[in-house]
Design a protein around this ligand. Structure first.
Ligand SMILES: CC(C)(COP(=O)(O)OP(=O)(O)OC[C@H]1O[C@@H](n2cnc3c(N)ncnc32)[C@H](O)[C@@H]1OP(=O)(O)O)[C@@H](O)C(=O)NCCC(=O)NCCS
Length: 165
């Protein structure tokens, strides 16, 4: 267990999460602002394996998010090492959008990244029209660093520089 609060829990992915994770990542609505490519079951398994390797190699990865009341898998949030640095990312089942969960988990996982993982700089990418994601990053004090083109889509590269006293 990485984090839990009253309604949610955040844990490392395991291969046994593949079925329910694949249900989320095969939804075109979920992938619309990611890369527009809905994921097959085997791609979802590969994604989980990538995160398990990242836990082993780097000590962090993306984490699976569940509702505590019934253990339902609702999405993921966490970190992966990218060529520009530590990338913060998240995505959820549309059934839970607009209920404050995206922000609530992002805030918890960000605190974990700063306090426990000791990150100094955290990056996040958001498609320019992904207003919900942009709002989450702005509420967490990420700043716009650059405009980039990824998979032919215009995106904003955000950065959070952690100040320690
Ligand atoms: C983006 C995403 C994570 C937002 O999660 P969510 O749980 O719906 O967000 P929240 O309910 O916590 O809302 C956070 C803020 O964004 C705002 N918001 C959410 N969706 C919005 C939308 N479509 N348009 C405008 N604002 C939006 C909320 O009003 C809230 O702001 P407020 O506190 O000022 O009212 C979710 O829509 C998602 O998983 N999308 C698909 C995957 C994705 O795009 N991931 C990000 C890739 S960079």
């Amino acid at each position: 267990m990485i984090i839990k609060n009253v309604r949610l829990k955040v844990e490392k992915f395991t291969i046994s999460d593949a079925f329910f994770w694949s249900k989320i990542d095969s939804n075109p609505k979920v992938r619309h602002f990611v890369d527009g490519k809905k994921q097959t079951y085997s791609q979802s398994v590969a994604y989980i394996k990538k995160n398990i390797s990242s836990y082993e190699k780097s000590g962090f990865g993306r984490y699976i998010v569940r509702l505590r009341k019934n253990n339902e898998v609702i999405g993921m949030c966490g970190y992966l090492e990218e060529n520009y640095g530590i990338d913060f990312g998240y995505r959820y089942n549309p059934s839970v959008w607009g209920k404050g969960i995206g922000f609530e988990v992002a805030k918890l996982v960000l605190k974990f990244g700063i306090k426990d993982l000791k990150f100094q700089k955290i990056y996040a990418l958001s498609h320019i029209e992904n207003y919900g994601s942009i709002r989450i990053l702005e509420k967490l004090n990420f700043e716009k660093q650059d405009m980039v083109v990824i998979n032919s889509q215009h995106a904003i590269l955000f950065v959070l520089k952690v100040e320690r006293n």
